[in-house]
Design a protein around this ligand. Structure first.
Ligand SMILES: Nc1ncnc2c1ncn2[C@@H]1O[C@H](COP(=O)(O)OP(=O)(O)OP(=O)(O)O)[C@@H](O)[C@H]1O
Length: 318
């Protein structure tokens, strides 16, 4: 493993201004990501996962903190350089249909990306590259002539992945890449993502609201609540010793990968509503929903602290 991380985020924050009010979408998030590794990002809807992904790729401007890619501070690179860097930093979305032009064939959609980034000297070279990547993501060559509406959800997501990977990126943000797919197809696509990562030494930021999906692919996990990291740990550690009540609640609220066909799983939805991001509660932002909250949690905001190497938690009681 290289000493220098491929991607490094330091205290990254992003605020939105909506009708005169400030919404803290991402608040002081830090992480390091190395080639071949996956950072899982989990949290309920509105916790800031997509915003974090976009800020890290500089599709959105951060308000605070910094992001470096291969040691280069993204806030300091000129637009032109950023455009050139983009091929190495790609994003795959939940809904591939929305990001594909309905009037473009799969082949053209993938080739388009190559043209934009000036990859492949000739049409023949680009064709080879498109066919190679289609095959690599498990699509038949004939898929190239298909239009998006002719493909299934799983095939479309493979196209989305192919389009990103044709550029041979180093870092890919996967934003809920399997959430729209049937459960049986989810496993296939996740397996594919894992193989591609290992083969190409890709670094992933894998965004999902489902901890069970994140577990299989991640090396480290960030748990976000109202834009803030409440827990951050190596994946085995997080699942062995989830230490924030929110992480524990998330774990109880999603189906695990069954260990036997007749295993019965008890699902407990997280109680209470997510507070308004415009007016987060005082003290610990999770206290109104926390089953073990005490007076201190209502009064004082916990600082994130390390409870064992690489395991950080923001809870008074952890
Ligand atoms: N462009 C925007 N303008 C204003 N508010 C925004 C914008 N984008 C996101 N937000 C708000 O920022 C917060 C974080 O949103 P974000 O989409 O990052 O969360 P998420 O965890 O990805 O949720 P989901 O799983 O639903 O996509 C939410 O309160 C959302 O309403």
């Amino acid at each position: 493993m290289s000493i220098e991380p491929l991607v490094k985020a330091t205290e990254v924050s992003k605020r939105f201004h909506v009708q005169g009010k400030v919404l803290r979408a991402v608040e002081r998030v830090s992480f390091e990501l190395h080639p071949g590794k996956t950072l899982g990002v989990v949290g309920e809807s509105g916790s800031g996962k997509s915003t974090l992904g976009r800020v890290v790729l500089k599709l959105l401007e951060a308000d605070g903190g910094s992001v470096t890619f291969e040691g280069t501070d993204l806030s300091k690179v000129p637009r032109k350089t950023l455009r050139q860097m983009r091929r190495h930093m790609q994003m795959v979305f939940q809904d591939p249909m929305a990001s594909l032009n309905p009037r473009m064939t799969v082949f053209d959609a993938i080739e388009d990306g190559l043209k934009i980034h000036g990859i492949g000297k000739s049409a023949a070279e680009r064709r080879m590259r498109v066919e190679e990547v289609l095959e690599r993501v498990g699509l038949p060559r004939s898929a190239g002539v298909a239009y998006p509406h002719e493909l299934s959800g799983g095939q479309l997501q493979r196209v989305g992945i192919a389009r990103a990977l044709a550029l041979r990126p180093k870092f890919v943000v996967l934003d809920e890449p399997v959430s729209a797919l049937d459960v049986s197809i989810q496993a296939q696509v996740i397996q594919l993502l894992r193989e591609l990562r290992d083969e190409m030494q890709l670094a992933y930021m894998f965004i999902s609201h489902n901890l069970a999906v994140v577990e299989y692919l991640s090396d480290e996990v960030l748990v976000l609540y109202l834009g803030e990291v409440v827990e951050q740990a190596p994946v085995e550690e997080l699942f062995a010793k989830p230490s924030h009540p929110y992480t524990q609640a998330l774990m109880r609220s999603v189906l695990k990968v069954p260990t036997s066909p007749d295993e019965v799983q008890d699902l407990t939805p997280i109680s209470g509503e997510i507070p308004s991001p415009f007016a987060p509660p005082p003290g610990c932002p999770f206290h109104p929903r926390c089953p073990v909250a005490q007076e201190v949690c209502r009064q004082k905001k916990p600082e994130i602290r390390e409870i064992s190497p690489g395991h950080r938690v923001s809870c008074h009681l952890a």
